[in-house]
Design a binder for this molecule. Structure first.
Ligand SMILES: Cc1cc2nc3c(=O)[nH]c(=O)nc-3n(C[C@H](O)[C@H](O)[C@H](O)COP(=O)(O)OP(=O)(O)OC[C@H]3O[C@@H](n4cnc5c(N)ncnc54)[C@H](O)[C@@H]3O)c2cc1C
Length: 346
């Protein structure tokens, strides 16, 4: 039976000290379905599936069981022009990036050092340095938890968008991602459009050089959750109509931005927060990181309330100054499960 006292602190990178009734590590689809999840669903006990807890904020104790997905396995098949990887959802994403590069399979190097599991990557369509998961995703395998049947969603059925996919909108109790298929094209084309990668020579650069440049840049900019609790970018970068964005940028030319495919402007949320002079701003044990304004940190004693209060203030300051209202990227988890984060910080 549940103990009421299993700490979730090791299972969320914010390092929030909350508890669950139980924490179960699942190593196979069978144990996920038969032993853990179905029992929970049948008993109407809340059940939460986690990878590495690097994109969640627990608001309070979770009144149910947490399943830690460690379904492993990587297999590679080859066609004339591509490598197709079938990867268990519980594999660590960064280790996958390293493993593929070591085998001479390029294509994931821009996504190095993103924390979390492979199975979580499609949920928010992880992205960094000009590459998103959708560019390499071939399919996502899920199990339906009401009957145990399996489904394969082609990439087009995943409806990938900026930090978005069909999985963000499905009923969380009804499915679990169990594997992801990735297609890497043998004729490698480097993506050097962002940050320090722009300095590399496209004619001579290697995938390993891109990998090291991404790792070095990330290590210098983003606090390591092993030492400083955080969940990466707290808010999404806002998408703004070009006419509005360029008026704003004329007044605040230092805010970084880029155009998306529709001609809308993606403004840097970090830039907006920075313009409000909020770097280092602190509430209780929570603070805006002093070098990376989009990352909120747990200075050691933060409660989830501190982080939510900080998010509300940052959102309000940015909204009042620019009339742009930021939306959380991090998933908020209440005592019963995932809830609408925007409602909480409004
Ligand atoms: C330091 C740092 C840097 C980051 N940088 C980036 C970045 O550059 N780009 C980026 O896109 N993200 C970034 N993130 C966010 C995070 O790494 C990603 O969102 C990652 O994919 C989350 O993986 P996870 O396994 O930790 O997911 P978790 O936090 O464990 O889970 C996230 C959500 O997915 C659900 N879930 C987890 N696994 C499954 C499954 N198998 N089936 C169904 N639902 C599931 C959970 O219930 C939860 O709602 C960063 C985070 C940190 C801490």
């Amino acid at each position: 039976m549940s103990s009421q006292r299993v700490s979730l602190k090791p299972w969320n990178t914010f390092g929030i000290d909350v508890y669950a009734n139980n924490v179960i590590i699942v190593h196979s689809v069978e144990s996920l379905f038969c032993n853990s999840w179905t029992n929970g669903v049948r008993q109407s006990e809340p059940v939460l599936l986690l990878g590495e807890g690097s994109n969640v904020l627990f608001l309070q104790d979770f009144r149910g069981k947490v399943l830690i997905n460690r379904i492993k396995g990587i297999s590679v098949t080859e066609t004339t022009h591509t490598w197709l990887l079938h990867v268990g959802a519980g594999e660590n994403w960064h280790q996958l990036v390293e493993t593929t590069l070591c085998k001479g399979l390029a294509g994931l190097e821009n996504l190095a050092l993103i924390p979390g599991c492979v199975g979580s990557a499609p949920i928010q369509n992880i992205g960094a340095y000009g590459v998103e998961l959708r560019q390499v995703c071939e399919y996502v395998d899920i199990i339906l938890l009401n009957d145990g049947s399996h489904q394969r969603l082609k990439a087009t059925e995943c409806c990938f968008g900026y930090r978005d996919s069909v999985f963000k909108h499905r009923d969380k109790n009804h499915y679990a991602i169990i594997a992801v298929g990735l297609r890497l094209i043998k004729q490698w084309r480097p993506v050097l459009s962002h940050g320090a990668l722009k300095m590399l020579n496209p004619k001579t650069v290697t995938p390993i050089q891109v990998f090291h440049t991404v790792c070095e840049t990330r290590r210098s900019k983003i606090p390591n959750p092993k030492y400083i609790g955080n969940a990466g970018s707290f808010f999404k970068n806002p998408l703004v109509r070009a006419s509005i964005a360029f008026n704003l940028l004329a007044l605040h030319p230092k805010i970084p931005y880029h155009l998306n495919n529709n001609g809308d402007v993606v403004l840097s949320a970090a830039g907006l927060i920075d313009q409000c002079k909020l770097k280092g701003y602190r509430i209780g044990g929570a603070a805006v990181h002093d070098q990376q304004a989009l990352v909120f940190i747990n200075t050691g004693t933060a409660s989830s309330e501190d982080i939510v209060n900080l998010a509300r203030i940052v959102r309000r300051r940015v909204g009042e100054k620019f009339n742009i209202w930021l939306e959380p990227e991090v998933c908020f988890i209440s005592s019963q499960g995932k809830i609408d984060a925007l409602e909480v910080v409004r």
